[in-house]
Design a protein around this ligand. Structure first.
Ligand code: F6R
Length: 365
């Protein structure tokens, strides 16, 4: 039940410190500084032979896959990419023997992802599942995989399933990296940082009232841009999707580096941009993108690391988040975006848990 929250989505947003901890539970080994994912049904030798990783998914799960691909390639030095299952299903994709696939899905029933998986399996691919619903069709038909253990997600808009999918990819990337490039000490730092994420998420959730006040200030806007780069690009896509789904406000997620190639034409005094600008190696680049928007009088809400005075001076409003290692910001930055979408929907009197035209699991194509 809702346990005192106004709706399931709010409850599920606030549950994330626990749901992420559940996903990680028993899957991190501090001594050997690696990940443990027995359900993959693959020996270390088989994992070592993997030359490429492809991820298929839809919607929010695809966004988690985009983060996963970036992380795996960065840490494990294995080429990795994420593709929409609705696209992969109908193209004549090449399956190579040393490639493994992940089908990422909360429900385990999404038709596009299921049929993409069946098509890949027919071609001889090994397809692993990252599923939340135990015993779901995709979980049953996959060659192995990982349950996210986020617990039942009732609200149509996915929140805790997303952060749990991220957590699985962080464990998997660690496992693959430690078999290749990553030292024990770097692995231990990674494990500790990952174990600390639930607590950092709890800290971010304390910004509830501040984010609600921002929603009250901005919810009348007709259009929003959500902008980030690198690991924060998929987070921008996810923030825009959340706002669209439950508030019906038009929002577009873009790479901040791409705005000058078109979307900047949309910017005026009435079109706010939400920037993801943590302290990472792309911060300077994103700051210059913020200045481009500012020069065109676009209002800016910036999600930045606590104490970042330079960002605060450019933005109209900021949502400060605690500092984490730069690879871990997706966990920390999606939380304010989920809350922002939720409070905008509330202001507009929307049915948050059951948005129009949407179903929790899309079993038709
Ligand atoms: C987003 C949302 C959808 C789903 C998508 C995939 O809030 O609810 O975009 O993420 O339909 O669903 P699963 O993960 O069940 O395959």
């Amino acid at each position: 039940e809702k346990e005192g929250f106004a709706c399931f989505m709010e409850k599920e947003i606030f549950e994330q410190p626990e749901s992420i901890a559940r996903t990680l539970s028993g899957r991190l080994d501090l001594e050997y500084a690696t990940g443990k994912l027995g359900g993959l049904n693959m020996t270390s030798r088989e994992l070592l032979a993997v030359k490429r990783i492809k991820i298929v998914a839809a919607g929010t799960s695809w966004h988690a896959g985009l983060v996963g691909a970036y992380l795996i390639e960065t840490l494990a030095r294995i080429p990795a990419s994420a593709e929409l299952s609705s696209e992969l299903r109908y193209r004549n994709s090449v399956v190579e023997p040393d490639t493994i696939y992940f089908a990422v899905t909360q429900s385990g029933e999404t038709a596009d992802t299921l049929y993409a998986m069946r098509e890949l399996k027919r071609k001889g691919a090994r397809v692993l599942g990252i599923c939340n619903v135990v015993g779901s069709t995709i979980a049953r038909e996959s060659d192995g995989g990982v349950y996210t253990h986020a617990g039942p997600e009732i609200a149509v808009a996915s929140t805790k399933a997303f952060t749990s999918q991220l957590a699985v990819f962080y464990v998997f990337a660690l496992l693959m990296a430690r078999m290749r490039d990553m030292s024990v000490s770097a692995g231990q730092r990674f494990v500790k940082e990952l174990q600390g994420i639930p607590e950092k998420v709890r800290e971010v959730l304390k910004q509830r009232d501040h984010i609600q006040a921002l929603a009250k200030k901005y919810y009348k806007a007709r259009d929003f841009l959500f902008l980030g780069r690198g690991l924060e690009y998929p987070v921008a896509l996810e923030g825009a999707l959340k706002l669209k789904e439950i508030s019906y406000i038009h929002a577009e997620g873009y790479s901040a580096g791409e705005i000058k190639h078109g979307p900047i034409a949309l910017v005026n005094e009435e079109t706010p941009s939400v920037f993801l600008v943590p302290r990472d190696y792309l911060r300077e680049k994103v700051i210059s993108n913020m200045k481009e928007i500012k020069a065109r009088k676009g209002p800016i809400i910036a999600l930045c690391t606590e104490g970042d005075a330079e960002v605060a001076a450019i933005a109209d409003d900021i949502i400060p988040v605690p500092a984490v290692d730069e690879l871990f910001y997706p966990f920390i930055l999606i939380i304010p975006l989920q809350l922002f979408a939720y409070f905008c929907a509330l202001e507009l009197g929307r049915d948050v848990d059951q948005p129009r035209n949407l179903a929790k699991s899309v079993t038709v194509e």
